[in-house]
Each structure stands twice: as C-alpha cells, then as structure tokens.
Design a protein around this ligand. Structure first.
Ligand code: AMP
Length: 269
C-alpha cells in the first residue's frame, strides 16, 4: 500500500491509473463504516485510493476540530488489511496552496437547513476540499456514506456542476449490530453509558419512520438526556418538509450525547 503526503506524489500515482480508480475521502479514526466504503470501492475492480484529512475548513468550532479523534497508525493498519492500494494524507499547506480557486456552487437551499444551518460554513469547507481532491486527482468513482445524507446531496451538486464524468456511490450506513447506533469516529469520545444512551437515536428514527410519531420520538430522546438539535421528516432531494405527496422521504437527526454531536438519518421512501 503506497502512502503519499504531497499532491505531487499522489498525482503521479493517479496518472498511472489512467484516471480509472476509486476514491474514498475520510477524516480518519476509521471504523467499519469507512471500511465498508473501501470494500464497495474494491468491488468495482479498480485501484482504491483513500484520503485521511481532518479538513480544518469544514469545522465551524475550534474545540470540535481539536477534539476530533486521530488514530493514524491504526488507520493505516486497517486500510492495509482492507486491501486499499494507496493512502493520501495531505499536508494542509500543500493542499491549500495549490493555486486552485475555490468554487461557489448553487446548493439550492441545502446550505440553509439542518447541517447547513447548524454548522455555518461547513458545506463551504466540504466543497473546498472535495473540489481540490477531484480536480487534482481525477478519480473515476467516488464513495460516500449515507450516514452523511446531506453531504451526499451536496456532493451530487458539486459533481453535476463541475465533474460530470465522476460516478458517485452513496453507501448504506454501517450500524452497531445490537443497538443500531450509526458507527462514527465521534463515538470514540463517548463513555460506555453514553454509547448505550446513543443507541436510542436509532430507536427514535425507526419510531418516526414507522409511526410518524415525532413527539413520541422526541420524548424518548429527551428521557435519555439526549439534547436534540433537530429531528424532522424531510423530502428528498431538497430536504424541505415532507408532505403526504413526497415520494422519497427521510428522518434526519442531530443532537448531543455527553457533549458529543452525533447525526443520523433513515430513508423511508
Ligand atoms: P468521515 O471520516 O466521518 O468524514 O467519513 C468519511 C466517509 O465515511 C463519509 O462519506 C461518511 O459518510 C462515511 N461514513 C461515516 N460513517 C459511516 C457509517 N457508519 N457507515 C457508512 N459510511 C460512513
């Protein structure tokens, strides 16, 4: 498995693949959710490049950035085992002084709701880094997790506008087999009691998906001491409030357990 830190080196590798490779961007602290993305990428039969970069531009909170878990040695061992071909661990100054102008994408209002509303500037930072990655590396296929549903929708807009030849794959959320808690690097910051509490997030999402009982689900979470930022049923792909005629719907959640911000969602069709 090749490891690169500078654009020059990784770009040489990507050129050798004739632009036919799969790309899995991550922020590290890897878990089975990330590895499922790598596995799906490998199933395409093309070489797989994984990036590990805790992108400062997409954090709107300095403490959150500071506390974001970093486990690089373990990440590299996991990636080697999972059959990744190359890993790109950019140096911030190299990545962000590459002379590429930032792009402004029309997000059709996605920047004003849910993650866009509660994390001002977050999607600007996501677009900034992905525009750089896609421009500099030219992958044929890119892999994202449905756990970050709104991010999938934002990336779809970036790709439609600037990278029409890239094929985007949105992969199902990996969950804890007993509680259904969505795997997340942030779960590492929870105590065992916090992890148990957080298991109720999935329960609440299932309750809303099955019964549309938003109040019941909010009570369930409040009773567990989970601070809800949002819990709503929305229509896809614009994330406006769902109506009886919406053909694709999802329940979306963000909230705090032991001061750690967690998000999750469930698509209900
Ligand atoms: P992150 O390192 O949190 O930025 O995540 C990198 C990629 O992994 C993103 O596309 C996430 O949506 C995806 N991901 C994170 N958690 C999961 C999960 N539990 N199941 C599937 N994909 C995930």
């Amino acid at each position: 498995m090749r490891i690169f830190h500078y654009i020059k080196g990784v770009a040489r590798w990507t050129k050798r693949q004739n632009d036919a490779f799969s790309f899995v961007p991550t922020m590290g602290a890897l878990h089975a959710g990330h590895l499922s993305l790598v596995e799906n990428a490998r199933a395409m039969g093309k070489p797989v490049l994984v990036s590990i970069f805790v992108n400062p531009a997409q954090f709107n909170n300095a403490e959150d950035l500071d506390k974001y878990p970093r486990t690089i040695a373990q990440d590299l061992a996991l990636l080697k085992n999972s059959g990744a071909d190359a890993v790109f661990i950019p140096v911030t100054t190299d990545l962000y002084t590459s002379g590429l102008a930032d792009v402004d994408i029309d997000l059709g209002g996605l920047e004003n709701v849910f993650e866009g509303l509660h994390r001002p500037g977050h999607f600007k930072g996501v677009i900034k880094v992905l525009h750089r990655f896609f421009s500099l590396l030219s992958p044929s296929d890119v892999f994202f997790g449905q756990k970050d549903l709104q991010q999938c929708l934002v990336v779809e807009k970036l790709i439609a506008r600037h990278f029409p030849s890239i094929h985007q794959h949105n992969i199902a959320t990996e969950r804890d087999p007993t509680t259904g808690l969505a795997l997340s690097s942030r779960n590492a910051r929870l105590s065992s009691e916090g992890l148990k509490k957080a298991g109720n997030i999935h329960k609440a999402l299932v309750m809303v998906a099955k019964t549309e009982n938003l109040d019941g689900a909010r009570n369930l979470l409040n009773d567990q001491g989970i601070e809800i930022e949002y819990l709503e049923t929305i229509a896809l792909p614009d994330m406006l409030p769902a109506t009886d005629t919406s053909s694709r719907k999802a329940v979306v959640f963000a909230g705090y357990v032991e001061g750690v911000r967690l998000i999750d969602n469930l698509q209900t069709h």
